[in-house]
Design a protein around this ligand. Sequence first.
Ligand SMILES: O=c1ccn([C@@H]2O[C@H](COP(=O)(O)O)[C@@H](O)[C@H]2O)c(=O)[nH]1
Length: 311
Amino acid sequence: MIDRLIAKIEETQNPTVVGLDPRLSFIPKWIKEESYEEHGKTPKGAAKAFLHFNKEIIDAIYDLIPAVKPQIAMYEQYGSHGIDAYIETIEYCKQKGLIIIGDIKRGDIASTAEAYSHGHIGKVDIEGDRFEIYKEDSITINPYLGYDSIEPFLADCSNYDKGLFVLVKTSNPNSGQIQNLEVGGIKLYERMGQLVSEWGEGLIGKRSYSSIGAVVGATHPEEAKNLRRIMPHTYFLVPGYGAQGGTAADLAGCFNKDGLGAIINSSRGIIAAHNDKVNQNKYTEKEFAQAAREAVIKMKLDLQQVLNTIV
Ligand SMILES: O=c1ccn([C@@H]2O[C@H](COP(=O)(O)O)[C@@H](O)[C@H]2O)c(=O)[nH]1
């Protein structure tokens, strides 16, 4: 997976991942009204509006970016219709050649983890016939149950050329309450970084990076710099840029000297750019996808400036 991701980053010259986290408040009124007319003001109506919104956004940006990160919570809240929209969004993005990082943050005992893994990045077996269900290229997972809970995912990564981004230092303001605790003379997130690095050793690709990556928040630049040193062969998925306050200046420590090593996520900053205060009155409701395209171009330039200081 990691070699495919790096190839797309190099093709687009852009380490941006766009988060597909739709909310009804971002969706233009005309899309919602069309959907409600056909499906009612129901979970199905909301989910169909999400799908329409996502498709227009993707059409406007797919040539500029290597990857998308659909956030499953936004879809799951609407039950089976939401899950259908999640799966159809993934299928649409794959047709456009994008790498899919499913932000699902799963973590459970091994026998249950195996089911999550088979559903999302492996195959489910039904009486000897095998089916791919969600079809993400990579997913986020929560590692706090330890290695046996990770093993089933590693097996599917190896069997099906898939990847993981394991939570190491999350972007939320209170992440330090647990992740920065001292354990055996080092911080918990540092220990987690060491473990994730070890877990990824068997899945190193042609470019010396592992398909087992780490989630590292842009909002904690010192910790990110520290993790970069601890985990030289680990790709970072970096949320927190934009809406959560992370800036380009905070990102320099996430990259390696080769200009690789990190893919930066922005969700609201891109897909809700038409609503952004700084863009007030710049776009009509019909121009939401154009607003997203312009936001991606702006982010790409911002990230290129960071990369120019590194390589
Ligand atoms: O530490 C983490 C892990 C995951 N996320 C997710 O990334 C996006 C961020 O959205 P923005 O709108 O760009 O703030 C969202 O899906 C989070 O669940 C994170 O923010 N931090």
